[in-house]
Ligand binder design. Structure first.
Ligand SMILES: [Zn+2]
Length: 549
């Protein structure tokens, strides 16, 4: 990976030499007691898991606003640090989803939660579509990588039937962009499709069993609302679709040119399955109850001091929301902890952001560019608060020059290295390498590229508006050689992540928190004070795709 080559050989010394001398500021000491106090408050049971729109979230937002006030940050949203985000929440209520297949032999009715998964529809309260089915392979249109799944297929007025995932020839992060539900739906709609069926595959089943997704069938859906009341991510006239499990999916291919098993074999052999019309039509219907709620991003401004640069803004972000409470399961006598405290995810990120803000304020040296510290809502519901902020910034959109994001930093042990997501895409990679070196840390390559973290946290909302972004987590090399960092991180992900076990207890290491705040301060200081604003690497896929938006 490129991150390794940045720190290897003579590149680092070249980077160091290239940095202008005004970047050799002292590194202040972060205060781990401050960070601990923030984490212990935000992850306390009283805040009940900080779900978007909940009372616990509002208390957390009040706390962050109060911290901004104490630090002397300015409010520029006209509402005491709050940027209220209008949300729609969709729940099933009395409604359900239905899916019927119509063929020569008659109709087949599939069961919600068993054969297929659907979410309560967010755009319309009642939605139904009846149309012919066309299999479109992975449903990806990336001719520059030799993938053009819609070539020769007529989708006008049809339902697109799409394999989950992507072919191997797409680079990981580019592939994650194309394989996202958002991109695939937009591509299908652009070709005239009126609905969308995703097929579970052996690869997806291995990664995330269908039963686990189906268990979330009663989760509410969220989207932010535009001024005209339309959801921000709506595709008009397009049924949001269903995910079909494999046994049911195979029935769509009976009598088709190739069976679904043949298609799966092609996938296994890294061929790109070609699409074809299926000998069926289908009726999809679903309904939901909609309610409008508000939940706030919290925004504090630290004005820049350089008259030439202070109209440029560096956004320092972390999500404040988490996933709330688990539903009580029957028969446990009510003794189980149901509160998802979200200490690492992401009380720790907010706490580090607040400490970095304090370091800036107390350094006695204002940054040259301005900084917006932003605690965002709606991350767990699909990066929604950051998406709203990036599309409705309180300053001119073109004045946002960089995003530094913090999400679940994995503060589990004092560490020797950090991982920087997004480092390969822009000059922020050099900045991160340089900052890590100054903080006595190494930059390590992403240990879990298959997770494509780059497209899965709030910085991606800024990437999609053309803003170069970087996001660090702690690496897997512990300073204490008795600690196996990989094991500790994997163990956290298995046993505590998104569960009531993510508590503000001894799992949170505050020496690591201090290290993490300091390296992020250095990155932020280099970005705010550098002569040039961060820029996308020449020819970068994401830079080229989103630069002018
Ligand atoms: Zn999370």
């Amino acid at each position: 990976m490129k991150i390794t080559s940045i720190i290897g050989g003579g590149v680092l010394s070249a980077v160091l030499a290239a940095c202008s001398s005004n970047l050799f500021f002292p590194i202040p000491s972060a205060n781990s007691d401050n960070i601990r106090a923030h984490v212990e408050y935000l992850a306390s049971d009283a805040l009940a898991g900080r779900q978007t729109g909940s009372a616990g979230y509002r208390e957390a937002a009040d706390y962050v606003a109060d911290q901004f006030r104490r630090l002397g940050l300015e409010s520029i949203t006209g509402d005491d640090y709050f940027q209220q985000v209008p949300f729609r929440r969709a729940t099933w209520g009395e409604h359900t989803a239905t899916f019927q297949l119509h063929g020569r032999e008659g109709d087949i009715r599939f069961d919600a939660g068993q054969d297929f998964f659907a979410a309560p529809p967010i755009t319309d309260e009642d939605t139904a579509v009846s149309a012919g089915l066309v299999f479109v392979g992975y449903g990806i249109e990336a001719p520059e990588y030799g993938v053009d799944d819609y070539a020769g297929l007529d989708l006008q007025g049809k339902i697109a039937v799409v394999l989950d995932g992507r072919p191997r020839q797409l680079p990981t992060e580019v592939g994650a962009h194309y394989a996202s539900g958002r991109t695939k739906r937009e591509t299908a709609a652009r070709h005239g499709a009126v609905g969308y069926i995703v097929l579970n595959t052996p690869a997806r089943e291995a990664r995330r069993p269908f039963a686990r997704s189906a268990a979330h069938i009663n989760d509410p859906q969220f989207d932010w609302l535009r001024a005209d009341g339309v959801p921000g991510n709506a595709i008009r006239g397009f049924h949001p679709g269903v995910v079909l499990d494999m046994p049911a999916a195979k029935q769509l291919f009976i009598g088709a040119p190739r069976s679904l098993d043949t298609v799966f074999t092609e996938m296994e052999n890294h061929l790109v399955p070609k699409g074809f019309p299926l000998p069926y039509s289908a009726t999809l219907s679903s309904g939901a109850e909609h309610e409008q709620i508000a939940s706030a991003n919290v925004v504090g401004l630290l004005p820049g001091a350089d008259p030439r640069l202070r109209d440029e803004y560096v956004v320092f972000s972390a999500h404040l929301d988490h996933i709330g409470m688990d539903r009580p399961a029957g028969g446990d006598g009510g003794n189980h902890d149901l509160i998802n405290n979200g200490a690492q995810d992401n009380a720790a990120g907010i706490a580090v952001m607040l400490e970095v803000a304090r370091l800036f304020v107390e350094s006695g040296r204002a940054p040259r560019r301005s900084i917006l510290f932003v605690a965002v809502t709606g991350e767990e519901e699909g990066l929604l608060g950051s998406d709203y902020f990036a599309q409705h910034p309180p300053v001119p959109p073109k004045s946002l020059v960089a995003n530094i994001n913090l999400d679940m930093p994995m503060l589990l042990y004092p560490f020797r290295d950090v991982i920087a997501f997004g480092a390969e895409h822009s000059s922020l990679g050099e900045t991160a390498a340089h900052a890590a070196a100054r903080a006595g840390l190494k930059l390590s390559p992403d240990p879990m590229p298959e997770q494509v973290i780059f497209v899965r946290s709030d910085h991606y909302s800024f990437v999609r508006r053309g803003v170069p972004s970087i996001y660090l987590i702690s690496g897997r090399e512990a300073i204490d050689s008795n600690i196996d960092g990989t094991e500790a991180q994997v163990n956290f992900l298995k046993t505590r992540y998104h569960s009531p076990g993510d508590e503000a207890d001894s799992q949170v290491n505050y020496v690591a928190a201090q290290q993490f705040a300091e390296v992020n301060y250095v990155i932020a200081r280099e970005v705010t004070d550098g002569d040039r604003a961060p820029r996308w690497n020449r020819g970068d896929f994401f830079g080229d795709l989103y630069r002018q938006q």
